[in-house]
Design a protein. Structure first.
Length: 410
């Protein structure tokens, strides 16, 4: 590895620790990684210890072994999760651990031919086991950050079969703002811009958004308690963290029962660790009543049957087509990167933190009654395009254009 690339890696790891989870001295950190990105988990751990971490724990999720389990085990066997996983989650919540997940971009091929029903059973078991920690994270009670680590398989998937990791770093460095004199300050400036965009949206008092392009006509409603977030999230301590690096989105929680119309995805998305493409969803009274996929129909069918909430929206996110990820003109085959190149909608759990009265909504029943979707899953589907037009209908009945030709005009 050349010196310049090693310097980028160290800068990236330090950015994740410093700006991503805003680690404070004495705090513990858990990192989740696949085996082929373990090296980067180590780099993050080293940066964390340099920042005063008390303990760093690396958890490895091996998709090759999960694939073997899916091959030889029943759905019931695959849904088994040991009780100590819940105890670990409880420890992390009580002791305010920070959490980093490295998106699996290197060994997803091990699940290409896995049975969709069995993968669903495995994912459902893991989601059920970790649901309380998931809720805690979605309430921004503890810092968390999702990132990617460039490797040879990911580089070839994005740039072609002859691509090198070094060439891939040249693409990623400006997207991650690692090519700036001070990446931490660059991310602060970028976060401030996204926060200002959120304020403009909040000031409109939006009742509905209407999405239209050549293959989408969808209206989504919002309660009067919704707030827009982006560029960073507040912690109970008063600190801030960045849940995704990179991030280009502003997002909020829709009223789960209001989506009407149809929408078609514009980028591939990983669903239950399998890529699906060309998904068209039709909504009525907020619920997906029809789903067709050009690739991955069986996976989508199983995903939508995870639970009742998997068929309702939990997030609406707006992303300018001028974002550096979109301008790179690459499909990254990573939800983290691709969602930040395009407006997207998430099926599954909503973010309580995007409701002004979140503190009062301390049960699933209260969240549902407030319009916030509940589910064991939360998966983003990219729907933005260069011809996307989005109008806001305000609570006063005015119609205001938010985006035109995929770009913010507000």
């Amino acid at each position: 590895m050349n010196k310049d690339m090693q310097s980028l890696i160290r800068t990236y790891a330090n950015l994740i620790v410093t700006s991503g989870v805003s680690l404070y001295p004495g705090q513990c950190l858990q990192i989740k990684s696949g085996p082929d990105t373990y090296w980067f988990a180590q780099e993050i751990a080293l940066a964390a210890y340099e920042s005063g971490a008390q303990l760093v724990r690396i958890e490895t999720e091996d998709l090759r072994l999960i694939g073997k389990r899916a091959e030889v085990q029943t759905e019931k066997e695959l849904s088994y999760v040991p009780d100590f996983n819940r105890q670990i989650d409880f420890e992390m919540m009580v002791k305010d651990w920070a959490y980093v997940r490295i998106d699996n971009t290197e060994d997803r091929h091990w699940l290409e031919h896995a049975d969709a029903a069995k993968l669903s059973a495995y994912k459902s078991g893991m989601a059920e086991s970790g649901k309380f920690y998931q809720i805690s994270r979605m309430r921004n009670e503890h810092p968390w950050c999702v990132v990617c680590a460039p490797g040879p398989e990911w580089a070839k998937a994005v740039l072609g079969p002859d691509a090198t990791v070094e060439e891939f770093w040249d693409v990623l460095a400006p997207i991650l703002r690692l090519d700036t004199p001070d990446p931490i300050q660059a991310w602060k400036d970028h976060s401030d811009m996204l926060l200002k965009r959120c304020k403009k949206l909040d000031d409109l008092h939006i009742a509905k958004l209407h999405f239209t392009n050549s293959f989408t006509d969808l209206t989504i409603g919002f309660t009067d308690k919704h707030v827009w977030m982006g560029g960073g999230d507040p912690l109970p301590s008063g600190g801030w963290f960045i849940a995704n690096i990179p991030t280009e989105e502003v997002f909020t929680t829709p009223d789960r029962l209001t989506a009407e119309g149809y929408v078609t995805t514009t980028r591939p998305v990983s669903v239950m660790d399998s890529l699906v493409e060309g998904v068209t969803l039709e909504f009525a009274c907020g619920k997906v009543i029809s789903c067709t996929a050009k690739k991955g129909q069986a996976v989508m069918d199983r995903f939508l049957d995870t639970d009742e909430g998997a068929r309702y929206l939990g997030e609406v996110a707006l992303v300018d087509e001028d974002s550096p990820i979109a301008q790179s003109n690459h499909i990254f085959h990573s939800i983290l990167f691709d969602e930040n190149a395009s407006c997207h909608l998430a099926l599954g759990a909503g973010y309580p933190s995007c409701l002004a009265n979140a503190a009062e909504l301390n049960s699933d029943e209260k969240l549902l009654s407030a319009g916030c979707n509940r589910s064991l899953v939360h998966t983003d589907f990219m729907v933005g395009s260069a011809d996307m037009h989005i109008d806001a209908i305000t609570r006063d009945g005015d119609r205001v254009t938010i985006m035109d030709n995929g770009k913010f005009v507000l």
